[in-house]
Design a protein around this ligand. Sequence first.
Ligand code: NAP
Length: 294
Amino acid sequence: MVAKVIDGKLVAASIRQECRERVEALRRKTGVTPGLAVILVGNNPASAIYVSNKVRACGEVGIQSFKKELPADIDTDSLVEQIDALSRDPAIHGILVQLPLPPHIDMRRVLSSIAAEKDVDGFHLYNVGGLVVGNTIFPPCTPYGVVRILEFEKIPVEGRNVVVVGASNIVGKPMALMLMQREATVSICHAKTVDLAQYTILADILVVAAGRPNLILPQMVKTGAVVIDVGINRLPNGKITGDVDFEGVKHKASYITPVPGGVGPMTVTMLLVNTITSAERAAGLRETGIPEPA
Ligand code: NAP
């Protein structure tokens, strides 16, 4: 068996085309242009690259982006004030704070200060709680991207054994919740899991987000499994690789995502989707996603 290699760039391109059409329809019907504020604190070079990629992607689909560069020594209060102003600004439909923040900043307070209805990264506690009960306003971008890949490839989730390797707040845990919501039977593994292979071998769908190159070897994968590699690792030779032994596992799996070119292109794409959804809600074209108080 040789797996179908899922082309994340192709899936992302098709969703970005839908994004352009939604932005255009929104402008035509209501005169509103979606706006995303991207906040970059300090001068972390990797963060600066991620922010420019997001700004460029916005431009490609017609979202207006507002980049705010703030000094590394800004304090939590001042950062929260800036976010409050953006939360009140009707031209802004999404607010994203690029992580990581400098260590002296209270990250939880900062993320919770973003208005829940503009939290397009999905990290506000309201959105996190929404994931648990199944009515989140914005699904976090990376796991949302994985769900959209599965949908695009028409891979059924309901009733299947899913194993998620990695239990972080931004990938593993929301991934597990989103697939459970879609009625999969989900196991979550992490660094303290004893005998990882005894779990992974049972997976019909294996999602790996551990940040450990070559963690998943062919003997750990069930024949015919769908293998989604979220990991991004830079090897000492500069090469980018995932968490899965791609060359070995592709002879065992039915579908596999490459790194790069699999899940990666989907993450920024889902940020665009969430921002457009937010603008459509603000313009009254969709329900807000936030229940009215009783
Ligand atoms: P993270 O916060 O470091 O979390 C890693 C998770 O993997 C933790 O839950 C950890 O367990 C678990 N883990 C580590 N070693 C393990 C092992 N040997 N066996 C089983 N589980 C293990 O990382 P993250 O932010 O979730 O990101 C995970 C990977 O995805 C990274 O490579 C990151 O670069 C990549 N990523 C990609 C995208 C994308 O767009 N494609 C987006 C975000 C992240 P403990 O909880 O026990 O420590």
